[in-house]
Design a protein around this ligand. Structure first.
Ligand SMILES: Nc1ncnc2c1ncn2[C@@H]1O[C@H](COP(=O)(O)OP(=O)(O)OP(=O)(O)O)[C@@H](O)[C@H]1O
Ligand SMILES: [Mg+2]
Length: 135
């Protein structure tokens, strides 16, 4: 897999979440994702960016246009150095929230992506990487 374009954005506030959403939409249009797939990846990005801000105390979003042979895709990596997640399996379950959320963000983001990877260590932080391939 090769990376054709890579941008990193800071995620500190709700406004940054909006900017990240817009940047993901632009990249999705650029690689020619269908309107429905644009919406899927933008929605997933929005949830993960919001988690980085709300639960992770802020972090970064990396937006990459990737290629695997003839296939183009969008890879998004959200990283923070917050408290981490003690039980990732539980956090992934729909309806689990440690705060006042709906607990649908992580599970939803996974369902809306072609690939999903989460790494988290208590006290060190959280990394979530998703990819949406075209077609
Ligand atoms: N980046 C993160 N850092 C620390 N904890 C996290 C992070 N992302 C998720 N979590 C933990 O996983 C739980 C589930 O996350 P999820 O996004 O599914 O639900 P939520 O954020 O609580 O609610 P919402 O439905 O509004 O997103 C969170 O309540 C939180 O405890
Ligand atoms: Mg959430």
């Amino acid at each position: 897999m090769t990376v054709e374009k890579s941008d990193e954005m800071r995620l500190a506030t709700q406004d940054d979440v909006v900017l990240a959403r817009q940047a993901v939409r632009t990249a999705a249009v650029q690689i020619g994702l269908s309107l429905i797939d644009q919406t899927k990846i933008v929605t997933a990005a929005s949830e993960l960016a919001r988690n980085a801000v709300v639960h992770g105390g802020g972090g970064t979003a990396r937006i990459e246009i990737v290629r695997d042979g003839a296939k183009a895709g969008l890879r998004l990596t959200f990283e923070d150095k917050g408290p981490g997640i003690a039980d990732v399996e539980r956090a992934m379950k729909d309806g689990y929230t440690s705060g006042g959320g709906l607990g649908l963000g992580l599970g939803g983001a996974k369902r809306l992506s072609s690939e999903f990877r989460i790494e988290s260590r208590p006290g060190e932080g959280t990394l979530v990487a998703i990819t949406r391939w075209k077609g």
